[in-house]
Design a protein around this ligand. Structure first.
Ligand SMILES: *Cc1c(COP(=O)(O)O)cnc(C)c1O
Length: 378
């Protein structure tokens, strides 16, 4: 039998179908049913945020944040170019301009020392991205935001169960956005969550998420009929999807630990190559607790990465490169600009290759992957 190791396998614990069946038997499969509420509460307790609203995706959680901040045409938002399109999309949809700054080569996160220089009188928000579940330097970023009266929207799509100086990712900025896409550590197929730090936004968030109505209040028995209160959209996932997620939240520690075991195994097996200077491995700052969302290696350059990628594919392993910097993409040229010098964004993105990492990846499989990486360099 030939070996085949996929890049990702969606997390599945076994309990999901029971809960989805329960949602169906509850005769409550629309949004904000019992499982959606349980998930929201679980995330509030785990992260310590004031309020968590489940959404159909992280993209939509970010859109909701942009709506709540009343981001408008002519505004500017500062973010890294090395990120998924959604970080920019949410603001660009409101007419804002994306102002990209360079990343730090060690964590691949926005370089906090370059943010201040990119601020203009049009700047409204900073959107740091916690790449690979490793935190950005939030003390510095929050300090800059405070000084210049800017909002912070954390793209914590990859950040559940990770923290910075003991505080959960997604809870520093005005808003934090999680993803529960099938490629993330915990999943519901497609899904996300908006974390709200400041209680003053909760009521508006509930209204915009419920098509501009106060239906959330109605469900809590606080008003006797719900009415159109504001502009809005529909940002509710089905309770069936929330049921799937709830099974994973209950096992969040176990799922994270299983990933961490494989992450540490890769790290140990590949350290000799790093010591020889052949590759670079992820760096986790001492004050960050990561969640083993991703294990990547960095090759010498793009050419070497392509050859390693092809070599691993021949051996039945499916690695993956990552983001094409947004500023170089057609929409990036149209809706954004790069502030300062692209010293690391393009160069580092070209060297990065992600190895298979998922909940049920076995120790034998990880060992085989590491062995093949070593074989390539022999
Ligand atoms: C996955 C991801 C998103 C998008 O999440 P969806 O739930 O698919 O909308 C946004 N930003 C980053 C950094 C991501 O990794």
């Amino acid at each position: 039998m030939s070996i085949k190791i996929n890049f990702n396998v969606p997390p599945y614990t076994g309990k999901e179908v029971d809960y989805m069946k329960e949602a169906i038997e509850n005769q409550k499969i629309c949004g904000d049913g019992p499982f959606t509420r349980k998930c929201g509460k679980w995330i509030e307790e785990q992260t310590g945020t004031a309020r968590c609203l489940l959404t159909p995706s992280c993209t939509q959680a970010t859109e909701l944040a942009a709506l709540l901040l009343d981001i408008k045409e002519g505004d500017e938002v500062i973010l890294p170019s090395y990120t998924f399109v959604s970080t920019a999309d949410a603001f660009v949809l409101r007419g804002a301009r994306a102002v990209f700054v360079d990343i730090r080569p060690d964590t691949m996160n926005i370089d906090e020392t370059l943010i201040e220089d990119a601020i203009t009188e049009k700047t409204r928000a900073i959107a740091p991205v916690h790449y690979a579940g490793v935190s950005c330097e939030m003390d510095e970023i929050m300090e800059i935001a405070k000084k210049h009266h800017l909002a912070v929207v954390e793209d914590a799509a990859q950040g559940i169960m990770a923290s910075y100086k003991g505080k959960a990712l997604g809870t520093f900025g005005e808003f934090g956005c999680f993803s529960f896409h099938e490629t993330k550590n915990l999943s519901m197929g497609e899904g996300g969550a908006l974390l709200i730090r400041d209680e003053k936004y909760i009521e508006d968030a509930e209204i915009i998420r419920e098509k501009g109505t106060d239906r959330s209040k109605y469900h809590r028995g606080q008003v006797d009929k719900y009415r159109w209160q504001n502009y809005g959209s529909s940002y509710l996932p089905s309770d069936m999807n929330a049921a799937y997620l709830y099974a994973q939240l209950e096992l969040a520690e176990e799922i994270t630990q299983a990933r961490m075991d494989r992450w540490n195994q890769y790290k140990e097996l590949l350290s000799p190559l790093a010591e020889e200077g052949k590759i670079e491995l992820p760096y986790i700052p001492g004050h960050c607790v990561h969640n083993a969302h991703m294990f990547y290696i960095k090759t010498k350059d793009l050419d070497e990465r392509c050859r390693l990628d092809a070599f691993l594919k021949e051996k039945g392993i499916l690695p993956a490169s990552h983001y094409v910097p947004l500023h170089s993409a057609p929409a990036g040229l149209k809706f954004g600009r790069f502030h300062g010098e692209d010293k690391y964004t393009t160069k580092e993105s070209e060297r990065l290759l992600r190895l298979p990492l998922f909940y049920k990846l076995t120790a034998d499989e990880a060992e085989y992957v590491a062995e093949q990486v070593r074989a390539f360099y022999r």
